[in-house]
Design a protein around this ligand. Structure first.
Ligand SMILES: Cc1cc2nc3c(=O)[nH]c(=O)nc-3n(C[C@H](O)[C@H](O)[C@H](O)COP(=O)(O)OP(=O)(O)OC[C@H]3O[C@@H](n4cnc5c(N)ncnc54)[C@H](O)[C@@H]3O)c2cc1C
Length: 332
């Protein structure tokens, strides 16, 4: 006899992986209710253009993967602008502020948040403006706000010459903004792509007029009037209109607290990404089949950090694998 169909699937994270999980659940025949909870006010949209064409074209619109009608047709209860703030695995409920939403099955698809500079690097603001000292680029709202400031005459300091930092620098340069790219490693992208490609990227930045300062760290950033002043470990001081940090992403799992035993870097619990009975993650790193404390975990964590550059297909594939497991039999 087959197991009974679960009644309610809750998916936390309403972006690519969360959306695909919901779609796959329906495609695979899941007939219970599907609740999709997302912190942002937007339906799922494509993030990669945000650091590229979107940033330099005031008329560019976000590319949404679906409309509200599509999700209504799938009978998915979409709750936008709602943050999961906690998980009660024993009571099988997701906490969103004062509310609780019970689940029979839970998929965690909260992806990543931008890694922030350490508080010690953010020196006291002496300015009257209420802008953040340092911007990040992770969401559509971040991109809209940054786009307003990426102007031909702007002086922009980008901290971190990884993929997103390099893309922001190149996009800003294409508008003739003055761009300084600060990178802690001696060669940009060296951990992800190796020294040969990293050197080639350095030369490209140079050729297109981005000033690359490699092998230096940010000591501190302060506001001076409307400007930002960046002090580097080399002693150099850079004045800028905008400072953007592109120093990586961290799993957005803070809301889970101690409810699950997640590896801090990898947001994964087991080979199958099954964290606890009835719970699965489809986080970018959840593809890696390792235990949370083994020494191989550390090696995999650093490999994963590199491979997160190709998150999209992985996030998508993982979410589909998981909902397939849920959809038919109801047992993870
Ligand atoms: C600027 C930019 C450029 C990129 N360029 C590329 C590229 O060129 N190629 C590539 O392969 N990949 C690229 N990526 C990465 C790609 O966008 C991600 O791999 C993909 O978005 C991962 O999808 P996801 O659904 O797993 O997670 P995410 O897109 O991170 O979505 C997670 C969602 O969960 C929500 N959430 C988080 N916490 C909570 C909570 N507590 N409660 C409710 N909701 C929550 C978030 O608001 C978010 O909407 C880029 C990313 C960015 C930001």
């Amino acid at each position: 006899m087959s197991a009974p169909m679960p009644l309610r699937l809750v998916i936390v994270g309403c972006s690519l992986a969360g959306l695909r999980a919901a779609q796959a659940a329906r495609r695979e025949g899941f007939e219970g209710s599907v609740v999709l909870v997302g912190r942002e006010e937007h339906l799922p949209y494509d993030r990669p253009p945000l650091s590229k064409g979107f940033l330099v074209d005031d008329h560019a619109e976000a590319t949404f993967f679906v409309g509200a009608d599509d999700l209504a047709a799938l009978d998915v209860d979409v709750r936008l602008g709602v943050s999961a703030t906690g998980l009660d695995a024993a009571a099988k409920s997701v906490i969103t502020g004062q509310k609780r939403t019970g689940y029979d099955k839970l998929i965690i698809a909260t992806g990543g948040d931008a890694r922030l500079l350490a508080p010690g690097q953010l020196w006291t603001s002496g300015s009257g403006d209420d802008r953040p000292l340092v911007e990040v680029l992770r969401t559509l709202d971040d991109a809209r706000s940054l786009r307003d400031r990426v102007r031909p005459s702007a002086r922009i300091v980008v901290v971190g010459a990884g993929f997103i930092g390099s893309e922001i620098a190149s996009s800003a340069r294409s508008l003739s903004a003055s761009v300084v790219l600060v990178e802690a490693a001696n060669v940009p992208l060296v951990r992800a792509l190796g020294p040969v490609v990293g050197d080639a990227v350095s030369r490209l930045h140079e050729r297109f007029g981005t000033e690359l300062l490699a092998g230096v760290q940010v000591e501190g950033i302060a506001a001076v009037g409307d400007e930002r002043r960046v002090t580097l470990s080399s002693g150099q001081v850079l004045d800028a209109d905008v400072v953007v940090a592109g120093i990586g992403a961290v799993p957005a799992t803070g809301w889970i607290g101690s409810a699950l035993d997640l590896h801090p870097l990898m947001a994964v619990c087991s080979a199958t990404s099954t964290c606890a009975p009835r719970i699965r993650t489809c986080m970018p790193a959840a593809m890696w089949s390792i235990g949370p404390t083994s020494s191989s975990a550390k090696r995999c964590a650093s490999r994963t950090a590199r491979r997160q550059r190709v998150w999209c297909p992985r996030a998508l594939r993982t979410s589909e694998i998981h909902t397939r497991a849920y959809g038919g039999t109801g047992s993870p």
